[in-house]
Design a protein around this ligand. Structure first.
Ligand code: MN3
Length: 206
């Protein structure tokens, strides 16, 4: 069964960029609800399905899931995975910017970090409704920015490996930013853990 990941920082530790109340509700209520819903679906399937503890084992094999629970697991195991990635690629105080191989790949793809940020912000700001915007490493090794609806990701269509992600569902920012999603995106850059992105780019953490 899936379990809620303990955050590697306290709820208030992403302040002043990400407020403690939103982080607490987002993790302990929203993220937890996806896990509860996914576990209910795994229980309904029974057998070996209840032994799965890694959401990636679900979202990379959706076609193998019996149809009766496929959509609920797509939405909720996807929600668990995406939130984990969101939490794990932020850190208190953030970091200076891209490093190493992922930095070189960003510059090769977009010319500069600033150009990449502008393209990423454009994608995240314009993603319709409840969505996530990812930086992915494609199967060909090239980086790409893509927004996905609901809790989908590149793992679901096999197009690549997610490196980092911003949650732009309203619950991710509404308490502090209300309708100003663009301001939340601007603020999120202050928290991105580029060492974590580099580790994922290099394949040491997927
Ligand atoms: Mn969320």
């Amino acid at each position: 069964m899936l379990t809620l990941t303990t955050l590697p920082y306290g709820y208030a530790d992403l302040e002043p960029h990400y407020d403690a109340k939103t982080v607490e509700i987002h993790h302990s209520k929203h993220h937890q609800a996806y896990i509860t819903n996914a576990n209910n679906a795994l229980t309904a399937l029974g057998g070996a399905w209840t032994e799965i503890s890694d959401p990636k084992a679900i979202i990379t094999k959706l076609a193998e899931i019996p149809e009766a629970q496929r959509t609920v697991l797509r939405n909720n195991a996807g929600g668990h995975y995406n939130h984990d990635l969101f939490w794990r690629t932020m850190k208190p105080g953030g970091s200076q910017g891209p490093i190493g191989n992922s930095k070189a790949a960003i510059e090769a793809q977009w010319g500069s970090f600033d150009n990449f940020k502008a393209e990423f912000k454009k994608a995240a700001a314009s993603a319709f409704g409840s969505a996530w915007t990812f930086l992915n490493k494609g199967a060909d090794g090239k980086l790409f920015i893509k927004s996905y609806p609901g809790h989908d990701s590149a793992y679901m269509d096999g197009s690549g490996i997610p490196l980092t992600v911003i949650d732009v569902w309203e619950h991710a920012y509404y308490l502090k930013f209300q309708n100003r999603r663009a301001d939340f995106i601007d603020t999120w850059w202050n928290l991105v853990d580029w060492q974590a992105v580099e580790d994922r780019f290099n394949g040491s953490v997927v």
